[in-house]
Design a protein. Structure first.
Length: 263
């Protein structure tokens, strides 16, 4: 079994907005990324601040070798030009429409096959590897479509989402995880993201099944229900301990780059 890839999500929590245990300024994001890298995260998922995208990417690269994954797949391509120009290692792209519901925002946005094809072209142009967000099996149909058109080079990096509220919600259960994994195409590496206290259930299942884990303040800013984490590094350390107890080694950033073909 491959070593475990841990992705640390450094963004704010839309589900738990009052917790406020996340970074906000460029300097804080760089500090957070470095601390998560030291704790065992090979990938840092960052919502690059508009107007400061390149600054944050440069600051993080000056502090650690973690793979930088630019988030905010909900935004239109035109709003993410700064992300492309900052040239992070990876960029999150949702493979289906957005239909999310939070206390402070409702999000309903269509992402067409034409837009997904444009993402493939732009990511190749800027040397960025797409990280595909998979919310249901229809997402995988779209991925197969893009692969079939010869627009992508593997391995394909996927994140499977569970318990995110809204019209594309899916339950954080073992049968839902196994059902979705069953239909993943060949030459894919998958990670799980859970926005609830059931994160540990799906994380342990993914660790046991050869999948990978995404965790941090954007997903679930707690160590356990009712126990808020001090920071993202503490959340990463918990996943590292869990993996070690289950007998699975954790990949370094250098190993992750080789595994995912990220230069």
């Amino acid at each position: 079994m491959e070593k475990l890839l841990i992705t640390a999500t450094l963004a704010n929590s839309w589900m738990f907005p009052d917790e406020r245990n996340w970074a906000t300024t460029p300097g804080e994001l760089a500090d957070d990324a470095a601390e998560c890298s030291d704790a065992g995260a090979a990938i840092v998922h960052v919502h690059l601040p508009r107007g400061n995208e390149s600054k944050v990417v440069d600051l993080i690269r000056g502090r650690c070798n973690a793979i930088i994954q630019a988030g905010m797949s909900s935004d239109a391509i035109e709003s993410r030009i700064g992300d492309f120009e900052a040239r992070p290692d990876m960029m999150s792209v949702i493979l289906n429409h957005h239909a999310e519901h939070f206390s402070q925002v409702d999000m309903d946005r269509l992402h067409t096959l034409e837009e997904l094809e444009r993402y493939c072209v732009l990511c190749k142009k800027y040397g960025i590897k797409p990280e595909w967000e998979v919310w249901h099996t229809g997402s995988l149909w779209n991925l197969r479509y893009l692969i079939g058109k010869g627009l992508l080079e593997g391995p394909h990096v996927l994140t499977l989402f569970f318990d995110w509220p809204g019209g594309i919600w899916s339950p954080a259960t073992a049968d839902e995880y196994l059902h979705r994994v069953k239909y993943i195409p060949e030459n894919c590496v998958h990670t799980i993201s859970v926005m609830s206290e059931r994160q540990t259930l799906i994380a342990t299942l993914a660790i046991a099944m050869g999948g990978n884990v995404r965790a941090g303040t954007e997903d679930f800013p707690f160590l356990m229900p009712g126990v808020k984490a001090r920071n993202n590094a503490e959340i990463v350390q918990r996943i590292v301990r869990l993996a070690k107890e289950m007998g699975r080694e954790v990949a370094t950033a250098e190993e992750a780059r080789r595994m995912l073909n990220v230069k």
